[in-house]
Design a protein around this ligand. Structure first.
Ligand code: F6R
Length: 255
């Protein structure tokens, strides 16, 4: 696991774009998180598309998760968010699990099959919840779970209420790639910024691998890049080591 600490969210976003750019140029399958954490990354990818000829031809996108019951054109459905924040601007085709399906379990099975048929996800962009969730795999999620419906914790609904008129408007249910699904992506790219993420980041990176902190499953993956800003890294015991490692990153080493 490579942990890189940057000064602020914009620097995290620029570094994340550096990590993703070769995959984009190679026409990769990219897993996409939504929420605040990847915002600066998507801003920089749009900029590189416009100013630096970064083409997304041949790439495909797969959403990490989706709310259940929101209309596809609801501004907070993750399909709509990713269209607005990235896909429409760069011409990227993105699929997501169908949160409006009559049979949600079958929709999740179809989504797993679609990811498989695309050859699997090459790089998966991830955020982390204040309760340690990864995707919408809330604490107690099986570390081997596949895409399925889940119930959000009150904490996650409170965290996401800022995007809705009220907390009651935040859907209770979601469809999310499972932790086992996420672990199958070839490269995981976790972005976390701000002081509220510091306890969850420390638990995920330095605590035990446990369903109580779903993001701790990252410790089981052979290729993980974690990009943090200083406040999100504030509770890491090994922050100094990560800074030392980044300062001595060999020129031959990619991401
Ligand atoms: C979003 C997702 C969630 C978020 C997490 C952090 O697709 O899967 O796990 O990444 O809730 O959200 P932000 O980035 O808004 O703090």
């Amino acid at each position: 696991m490579e942990v890189v600490i940057r000064a602020d969210p914009d620097e995290v976003g620029r570094t994340a774009a550096d990590v993703l750019e070769p995959a984009v140029r190679a026409g990769s399958v990219i897993g996409l998180a939504t929420g605040a954490s990847p915002g600066p990354l998507y801003d920089d990818l749009r900029r590189r598309h416009g100013e630096e000829d970064l083409g997304f031809a041949g790439c495909r996108g797969f959403l990490l998760d989706e709310y259940v019951g929101l209309a596809a054109d609801h501004p907070q459905s993750y399909a709509a968010v990713i269209r607005r924040e990235l896909a429409d601007a760069v011409g990227l085709a993105v699929e997501g699990p169908d949160g409006r399906a009559r049979d949600l379990v079958a929709a999740c099975e179809r989504y797993e099959a679609a990811i498989d048929a695309a050859g699997g996800i090459d790089v998966q962009v991830l955020g982390i919840g204040t309760d340690g969730h990864l995707g919408f795999n809330e604490p107690s999620s099986s570390l081997a779970s596949r895409t399925r419906p889940k119930t959000l914790t009150p904490q996650t609904r409170a965290d996401n209420a800022r995007y809705f008129a009220s907390r009651d408007d935040v859907p209770v249910h979601v469809l999310t790639q499972g932790l086992g699904t996420i672990l199958q992506a070839r490269h995981l790219l976790l972005l976390a910024t701000g002081p509220k993420k510091a306890p969850a980041v420390a638990a995920a990176l330095e605590g035990p691998v446990t369903t109580s902190c779903p993001a701790s499953v990252l410790q089981l993956h052979p290729h993980v890049t974690v990009l943090l800003d200083e406040p999100a890294a504030a509770e890491l015991q090994r922050a100094e080591y990560h800074r030392f490692t980044a300062a001595h990153k060999p020129s031959w080493q990619g991401w």
